[in-house]
Write a protein that binds this ligand. Structure first.
Ligand code: CA
Length: 238
């Protein structure tokens, strides 16, 4: 049974989170302040942390940085803030993904499952990606289209797919994808990345104009739908 540390200062929201997570089969530890969260994180070693960005005794981003100093457990940010820059800051500080308040139960639980799947204890090998009728074998560096025809992907495209596939269902920040695709010199080329992703969608998505598998999180990054990765179909979603 996975244990989740919920860091949220609003008691009513904390209670809702607890009820939701316990009903889904998780054990829950709670903290209402950043200081308390550090104590609980050290003593309980939770499998995942849900962290509110606005805490009474400090910024959630500083808390994430502090926890990342010694823990690799997945961190999901809870944020009422819609500004992309704050989401990017949280991801840079070491968060794995975010859920924007107000959020639905299904969305929250889907993100929690995706984040727990990427945990280092999960040794699942993700080498086959299924985009409808187009299949990519990351290990062999081969792709085939709906009629079995070869689909040509560039080494950069394979590298980007590698990065996305390591975190199915979770956001990957633009800068990380840019670093993987082109190296550290072009990490700010968001426009270049958009063109790159469009070309990748043209090759892989059944309907590239309405992406179903390679999803955009505007101003923040991209997310590979979790059912692209074979063996990680999210059967508990309904
Ligand atoms: Ca708050």
């Amino acid at each position: 049974m996975h244990q989740i540390l919920v860091v949220e200062d609003q008691p009513d929201l904390r209670a809702v989170l607890r009820t939701t997570l316990v009903a889904a089969g998780y054990r829950v530890v709670e903290a209402g302040t950043a200081a308390r969260a550090l104590v609980e994180a050290r003593s309980h070693k939770p499998d995942l942390l849900l962290v509110d960005l606005g805490l009474p005794d400090g910024d959630g981003i500083d808390l994430i940085r502090a926890i990342r100093g010694w823990s690799v457990a997945p961190i999901l940010v809870l944020s009422a803030r819609t500004r992309e820059t704050e989401k990017v800051l949280a991801l840079d500080a070491g968060a794995d993904d975010y859920v924007t308040k107000p959020f639905g139960t299904d969305e929250l639980l889907a993100r929690v499952r995706a984040a727990l799947r990427r945990a280092p204890s999960d040794g699942h090998h993700r080498s086959r990606l299924v985009f409808g009728a187009t299949v990519v074998d990351l290990e062999r560096r081969q792709a085939t289209g709906p009629a079995g025809e070869p689909v040509h992907l560039t080494p950069q495209e394979y590298r980007v797919l590698d990065v996305l596939a390591r975190r199915p269902g979770l956001i990957v920040a633009q800068r990380q994808l840019l670093r993987e695709a082109w190296g550290p010199d072009r990490v700010d080329d968001a426009r270049g990345l958009r063109v790159f992703v469009k070309s990748l969608r043209d090759k892989l998505e059944p309907a590239p104009a309405i992406p179903r598998f390679i999803l955009t999180e505007i101003g923040v990054g991209y997310r590979l739908a979790s059912d692209v990765v074979e063996g990680t179909t999210d059967t508990t979603d309904s």
